[in-house]
Design a protein around this ligand. Structure first.
Ligand code: ADP
Ligand code: MG
Length: 242
């Protein structure tokens, strides 16, 4: 379980998050929604210790990741797969090498075991044949899937997705949504999806957390979004649907 408690974050004079508290439950898919610039990516980066709060704390399975020594943070990070905005693959490496990277860096598997796991992950994202190809030879959707294969290589307990469908056409977005759902079910992972794509939210999420005006304005189950009586949430969702 992930517990975000009274988190405050500023960059210089810019206050981005004020007193954000949120629990993310085991096995759920939680969407973090909000307008561009509302602090979604900043919040996500706190969950994996890439940013530290000015005040407040983040607990991952009861470990306060804001105050542990780096070695311990590294241990906690092994439980996370992160799909960064844009994918962030290594351009000079083949797809296989990209997926193998975390296994070589973070696990003690033998070369044969790594090769088998890489094949398994590429199979899971339904791209068994792209191993020898470099990112430049792949479409945007395919690159996302290779990045996803890399994110799941270490069998994470948590997967964080930053705008996984942005810049993709509707059909490719649906494929990514299906994969997110499939991984949640088959690997029983807890997923946090940062997005402003409400179509995707309705497809995949169990709950949504809506950032607005530096704070967490609304948190609730997806069904409740349909019956929303909050005017600010309503205008965000309505604007996103067109
Ligand atoms: P989004 O909801 O679009 O993901 P972000 O979380 O990326 O928004 O950013 C929220 C605000 O914080 C933006 O105004 C952004 O410019 C600012 N910001 C994000 N990261 C940094 C940083 N490392 N340094 C300074 N400002 C930042
Ligand atoms: Mg962002």
């Amino acid at each position: 379980m992930i517990q975000i408690e009274h988190l405050h974050k500023s960059f210089g004079d810019l206050d981005v998050l004020e007193d954000v508290s949120l629990n993310i439950h085991e096995g759920e898919t939680l969407a973090i929604i909000g307008q561009s610039g509302s602090g979604k990516s900043v919040l996500m980066k706190h969950i994996v210790g890439l940013l530290s709060p000015d005040r407040g704390r983040v607990l991952v399975d009861d470990v306060d990741i804001c105050s542990v020594p780096y070695e311990r943070l590294r241990e906690v990070r092994k439980h996370f797969g992160v799909l960064f905005q844009g994918g962030a693959l290594f351009d000079s490496m083949t797809s296989e090498e990209n997926v193998a990277f975390p296994l070589e860096y973070f696990s003690s598997r033998s070369p044969a075991e790594i090769k088998a796991r890489v094949a398994e992950c590429l199979e899971l994202v339904r791209m068994p044949d792209v191993g020898p190809k470099k990112p430049a030879e792949l479409s945007g959707g395919m690159r996302k899937r290779v990045a996803l294969a890399r994110a799941i290589a270490l069998e994470p307990k948590y997967i964080l997705y930053d705008e996984p469908t942005s810049g993709l056409d509707p059909k490719t977005s649906n494929t990514i949504d299906e994969l997110i759902q499939q991984l949640a079910e088959e690997m029983n992972v807890t997923s946090v999806v940062v997005t402003h794509d409400m179509h995707s939210v309705f497809n995949i999420a169990d709950r949504a957390a809506f950032l607005y005006g530096k704070s967490l304005h609304w948190v609730g189950p997806i069904d409740a979004i349909h019956n929303r009586d909050d005017p600010v949430l309503d205008s965000f969702v309505t604007a996103s649907e067109y």
